[in-house]
Ligand binder design. Sequence first.
Ligand SMILES: C[S@@+](CC[C@H](N)C(=O)[O-])C[C@H]1O[C@@H](n2cnc3c(N)ncnc32)[C@H](O)[C@@H]1O
Length: 280
Amino acid sequence: MTADENSTASPFEGTEEYYADHRPDYGEPVVQYLRDRFQLDGSARVLDLGCGTGQIAVPLAAHVGTVVGMDPNEEMLRQARRKARDAGRENVEWVVGSDADLRESLHEDLGTFWLTTMGRSFHWMDQEATLDRLYRTTEPGGGVATVNDTEWLTKGVEDWQADVYRVADEYLDDLPPRTGPVEEYDDPWDELLEDHGFSDVEVRKFESEREWTVEGVVGYVFSLSFCSPERFGDDREAFEADLRTRLNELRDERGEGSEDGRNEGTFGQTADIDVTSGRK
Ligand SMILES: C[S@@+](CC[C@H](N)C(=O)[O-])C[C@H]1O[C@@H](n2cnc3c(N)ncnc32)[C@H](O)[C@@H]1O
């Protein structure tokens, strides 16, 4: 699988608050699946690598002994702390660091883990070297899990998403192409996990029905590394105004009695979530 967001030194700079408030969690079925598959209980120590604002770390903390949330972006961690505090979770430690830090300076300090999760983050890492390191830091019987959902601005299937893309494309020269869903990757992560020693590798797919308000759509777009507010520069306010206008027009065009069975005034999406995991 390849990166779906452009790589820069601090790719998420400026997105953090939007990320915290508008990037969805993966939902209870995914958390339940991880609990069952890895028999999570109060004795488990979990590393959430590339934790961002805690979309996995915070919900999982309710079911394990300790979570270490690790991310190179300090503002992401600040927002994650806020979300953990709001959720009443006190068993999460936050560590500034990347996959390279885990391999180089930090692994002895951090010790071993029963489970390592990587939500929407594995594609940012040196994947092979990270899996080798994680194999060593995983306790026997435990494992690793990558969790991802489809980034919808470039890979979504809904017409309203294509409209949002068109507005962003008017402002940004370097927007990644809108490809729609990617069916196959050259380097599937299940094979990568097996190649790096993990066994009992499993790919599980989940669907989640999501409803986006206008506010949510704007926040989601600004949470993407390739659409961060900074990328729009002086045009940021003009873009946001155009996007809101277009979304309100779309709502008006649909009018009363829209037949898609979804709430009036919101934009519906079926999100595909993949969990690829393996055991040591
Ligand atoms: C798309 S966010 C995912 C956040 C959260 N895990 C989730 O599931 O929504 C990707 C995160 O990976 C972090 N990241 C980027 N490069 C990284 C690296 N080399 N090692 C670890 N994390 C990295 C970013 O700072 C960002 O917070």
